[in-house]
Ligand binder design. Sequence first.
Ligand code: THU
Length: 165
Amino acid sequence: MNEKELVISYREYQNKEDIDEEDSKLVNSAREATNNSYAPYSDFRVGAAILLDNGKVIKGTNQENSAYPSGLCAERVAIFYANSQFPDAAIISIAISSQTNRFESKEPITPCGSCRQVISEAENRQDSKIRVIMSGDGCVTRIVEGIENLLPFVFQEDKLKKTTK
Ligand code: THU
């Protein structure tokens, strides 16, 4: 038996002024998007903004449904829309933000497991890493360079292939 450790890395910004201008703009777009969220059940409004390598910014919001599992997270709405509209464009960064009237949240929002899996698929599809920028109501913003930092031991396409010994 070997005890092993996996290291993930992220950058944490205490002051919004220290964030790159391009990242800061994307965070603002994600924050703006929260106003278009459809979240009558959770009242947890999530916005995602994607910067594509063709310069376009795609926004998405969570879309809830009275049959709860039929809804979809903001990140997946944005990624699926981006890949549908611009299938050849690579995603450089995705910024996520959230708002709710139900409580005060100081921590930045982090993508759920299913959204991490979808970000991983998008990375494989475009063969380059995606930066994930997580922000919230509070002052802390966290940035990871690539989904491996949020989804260790990810399930990827190679697992579907038989390995030869
Ligand atoms: N939600 C997102 O849109 N993104 C996440 O990363 C986490 C959760 C949404 C789903 C649901 O509409 C609401 O937030 C509460 O879970």
